[in-house]
Design a protein around this ligand. Structure first.
Ligand code: MRU
Length: 360
């Protein structure tokens, strides 16, 4: 396997950055992109909770990474015994888990932090050493995600060919992960290797992750990217401009149903109607075998203002009824393949996802 050229991603804006000098979490405020590059300086778990809730940090893996650092921030000034520190860690994990409901990576990362604390406590760890180990665990979650995304990029790129048009929805890029992204990782790899992909980024109403984040990060990296409105996807498929769709996901159920940003389902249906493969790229930590199917995935509903007055300008009448789910579920029959760090999985998903975990 090759490696991503560090040079081509040297300007990369890291969404989550542990600042050792100031002992704080620096979070790129993604709400301000692409206009302003501002890092929030967070010192408490409450601030991390807010940053997740308000989408300053967003994207399934990035949320998990931020929350893991949030646990450390929440426990670092706890005094007392190892049992008290363990209690506080569990409390902080439970608290941070209430920030957003859909991305399973959040719960996965928090479980990992809790398990680390439990293991240290039962091994008789000293409280100060336990705190340091929790910080190290958060850093490890972040560095592992970088490597995971690179591998996802390798497996995904094997499905693409030079000259292909590739459509993506929302932002599953470096901003949503430790680095490289999931759905966008093959695009960075392709560019480094001189493989030309023509990327179409859906703008992704209502919060415009496609326009503000995907278009921004791909353009920054010099990838050939064209921004389209969400309602243009069918038209460009009909024109024959799209040979593959690739998206990220917040949670894959055991049967291969996939929750992702609202609008993903429509894209999947359009892809099927046009005979275009629909790929989902994610780390194993996004696959939730405890959720049997898509109907069991909790779907976050967000404030109506995102639709009626997104970005401060009122675009709908006062008092209008609004329905604003942040995610939808794409049934497994629309999913051509799921691409993880371990390789490409195809239907039957119930069987093959289970096998994937058994082998891991
Ligand atoms: O509401 P968001 O911006 O957190 O939604 C993000 C997505 O839907 C992404 O596609 C998903 O989290 C995968 S990120 C690699």
């Amino acid at each position: 396997m090759g490696t991503l050229d560090k040079q081509s991603t040297a300007d990369w804006l890291q969404s989550v950055r542990w600042n050792s000098a100031d002992n704080q979490l620096d979070l790129l405020d993604q709400r301000l992109l692409p206009d302003e590059i501002v890092y929030l300086e967070l010192t408490t778990s409450e601030q991390v909770w807010d940053a997740i809730k308000q989408l300053a940090v967003r994207g399934a893996p990035a949320i998990g990474i931020a929350a893991a650092f949030g646990v450390y921030l929440g426990v670092r000034s706890t005094s007392g015994s190892r049992e008290q520190l363990l209690d506080e860690t569990v409390k902080q994990c439970d608290y941070l888990a209430t920030s957003r409901p859909t991305a399973v990576n959040l719960f996965w990362a928090l479980d990992r932090m809790r398990q680390r604390a439990e293991a240290l406590a039962s091994a008789g760890g000293e409280p100060e050493a336990m705190k340091q180990a929790l910080l190290d665990e958060a850093k490890l979650i972040q560095s592992e995600d970088e490597e995971t995304c690179r591998l996802i990029g390798e497996h995904a790129l094997a499905l693409f060919e030079d000259g292909m048009g590739v459509l993506t929805h929302c932002n599953a890029g470096g901003l949503a992960t430790a680095r490289y992204g999931t759905a966008l990782a093959p695009m960075y790899l392709a560019q480094e290797r001189g493989i030309h992909l023509k990327v179409y980024a859906d703008e992704t109403r209502p919060v415009l992750q496609g326009a503000r984040l995907t278009a921004f990060e791909l353009q920054q990296a010099g990838v050939d990217v064209t921004l389209i409105c969400d309602n243009m996807a069918g038209a460009i498929m009909h024109k024959g401009w799209v040979q593959a769709v690739i998206v990220g996901t917040d949670r894959v159920a055991a049967n291969g149903d996939v929750a992702n940003k609202i609008g993903t389902y429509s894209v999947a249906v359009l892809a099927k109607a046009h005979g275009i493969p629909f790929y989902v790229a994610c780390p194993m930590s996004t696959i939730d075998l405890n959720t049997p199917n898509g109907d069991d995935i909790p779907i976050e509903e967000r404030h109506e203002d995102e639709i009626t007055q997104g970005f401060g300008k009122r675009t709908a009448p006062q008092g209008i009824k609004v329905y604003n789910p942040a995610f939808d579920v794409t049934p497994n029959e629309y999913v051509t393949a799921i691409i993880t760090e371990k390789g490409v999985i195809r239907a039957p998903y119930n069987e093959n996802l289970k096998k994937l975990f058994a082998e891991a």
